[in-house]
Design a protein around this ligand. Structure first.
Ligand SMILES: Nc1ncnc2c1ncn2[C@@H]1O[C@H](COP(=O)(O)OP(=O)(O)O)[C@@H](O)[C@H]1O
Ligand SMILES: [Mg+2]
Length: 484
């Protein structure tokens, strides 16, 4: 009993300790530069110094965490990672570049992973009591606690011992696999809570706020783990052009066609018909040249696949599955100096403006509820390693998760619509890899306040108020409405 109390105390202490630090966001360029350092004979000492400063720096403590500065953001600021620790490029032995790089990554991750885990675990603790009691949420929490502890084991391990580096890599793979089902399990927790009690608007708001941050944190942690294990692990099955999970020359059209074909397969299975695809490219930087971007192809695929499924479903439902022909889905890819924009336009009848915000609510769906027996992993994250058998629609996670993937590297996903005609879904990505910085949730007083604050009364009159309508519609509400 005493031992378990002590373990609990130590655990809480470590959680408090690591959650004091802000996560350190990396840009796609930094991910890539580090990997390039591994596979090429880089001799530019300025470059080496830059990478060492970045990767050897201690985690950054945010002033908000100590003094409670109210104006600080609850998302990481890319500037904060411009930290300075004096380190010499000479400390990197040139004769053993691979093991030096692996060691560098190890030193970075054994601090950065506990910081990212602790930041989000502190937010889990702030969730409404009745959600925290749900068995699925407990299960997710136990996975996080275990993984946190397993990484802390390496806190003071000898960095020059190759055996340690090897077991660390294996441990990361285990942690990665342990967290495979986090998205559906957390979603299940929310469903369990909604079934057990009526949610007020504030609780709905807190859960939406939390899920965005929780899933974003997970995307980032898996990115770090994937990058390390694909560079230093023993599985060499990766794509030859990819550097870790990044494609330095990712053809947007190739990913578009891949996502389209797979969505079309599902659509054909479901409706026996599917719309065609038309792609137009406009390269504003180099007119006429094919558009490629430095990006994580599995993330781009995830977003496009979800958008295609939505567009196809809308078009077929609008025209009817017995239509002679369907209007094609038109995709425009445009590259400018700052943004790479992918606009997907369908003629599926559009969405009323009043519903646009609701589309990004987790579990909002107008599709029939998928049966639990269906052999599918609809909410699997697209880390490039999950073989999933997804459904066309129904879980209401397609848009909110896709938007997170877009925002993760400072992009965005928006939906605009002309009701009665069709919908445009637009993905924005950063055209320059050094501007594509991770967007990470930061646990601090600003973020904590979101879980406590009650939603203020409106200072503009609202139609919803007058009509006594609820602001959020969930799949459960819809079921209730259609049953009545
Ligand atoms: N292109 C579109 N046209 C019309 N409605 C759409 C479109 N995209 C999304 N929607 C609406 O948004 C809802 C939520 O989409 P999503 O998050 O992908 O979940 P799901 O596809 O599982 O329903 C859909 O059920 C649909 O009502
Ligand atoms: Mg969808």
């Amino acid at each position: 009993m005493r031992t378990s109390m002590k373990i609990f105390k130590d655990f809480s202490k470590m959680l408090d300790f690591y959650s004091q630090f802000n996560p350190s966001p990396l840009s796609i360029k930094q991910f890539l530069d580090f990997a390039v350092l591994l596979i090429t004979s880089v001799t530019d000492s300025r470059f080496l110094r830059h990478m060492i400063i970045l990767l050897f720096s201690p985690p950054h403590m945010c002033p908000d965490k100590t003094v409670g500065h109210t104006s600080l953001s609850d998302w990481s600021n890319e500037k904060e990672e411009q930290r300075c620790v004096k380190a010499s490029a000479k400390s990197l032995p040139s004769c053993a570049r691979r093991s030096a790089c692996e060691r560098t990554s190890f030193i970075f991750l054994r601090k950065e992973l506990p910081v990212r885990l602790a930041n989000i675990m502190k937010e889990i603790q702030l969730l409404p009591e009745n959600l925290l009691r749900m068995p699925s949420v407990n299960l997710v929490q136990s996975w996080y606690e275990k993984s946190f502890e397993e990484i802390l084991v390496y806190e003071s391990e000898d960095t020059s011992d190759p055996k340690i580096l090897e077991t660390f890599c294996e441990r990361l793979i285990k942690i990665h696999n342990r967290h495979n089902d986090v998205v559906p399990t957390m979603a299940q927790g929310v469903i369990e809570m909604k079934q057990s009690c009526q949610l007020d608007q504030h609780t709905e708001h807190s859960i939406q706020y939390f899920l965005d941050r929780f899933y974003m944190s997970r995307i980032s942690i898996r990115m770090l783990i994937n990058q390390h294990t694909s560079l230093f692990g023993t599985n060499l099955n990766g794509h030859p052009r990819h550097i870790g999970c990044i494609d330095p020359n990712c053809s947007v059209t190739a990913v578009l066609k891949d996502a389209y074909e797979n969505a079309r397969f599902l659509c054909d299975q479901y409706y026996m018909i599917s719309p065609d695809l038309e792609i137009t490219e406009h390269n504003g930087s180099e007119p006429g040249a094919h558009i490629s971007v430095v990006y994580v192809p599995s993330h781009l695929y995830h977003m496009l696949f979800e958008l295609f499924k939505n567009a196809m479903r809308a078009v077929v439902e609008y025209y009817g599955s017995d239509a002679d022909n369907l209007p094609p889905i038109q995709v425009t890819v445009a590259l400018g100096k700052e943004d790479l924009t992918i606009k997907m336009s369908d003629r599926g009848g559009g969405i009323p403006r009043s519903l646009i915000d609701t589309l990004f609510q987790y579990m909002y769906s107008t599709a029939p509820t998928p049966s639990p027996s269906t052999d599918s992993t609809p909410l699997a994250a697209s880390d490039g390693d999950n073989v999933s058998h997804p459904l066309l629609a129904g879980y209401g996670y397609g848009l909110p998760l896709s938007r997170l993937y877009a925002r993760y590297f400072q992009g965005d996903l928006i939906i605009t619509s002309a009701e009665g005609y069709g919908t445009d879904a637009i993905i924005y990505l950063k055209a320059l890899s050094d501007e594509a910085n991770e967007l990470l949730p930061v646990f601090n007083k600003t973020s904590s306040r979101h879980y406590r604050a009650t939603i203020g009364t409106h200072d503009w009159s609202t139609q919803n108020q007058t009509m006594g309508m609820r602001q959020f519609t969930t799949i459960n509400d819809k079921r209730r409405i259609s049953a009545s």
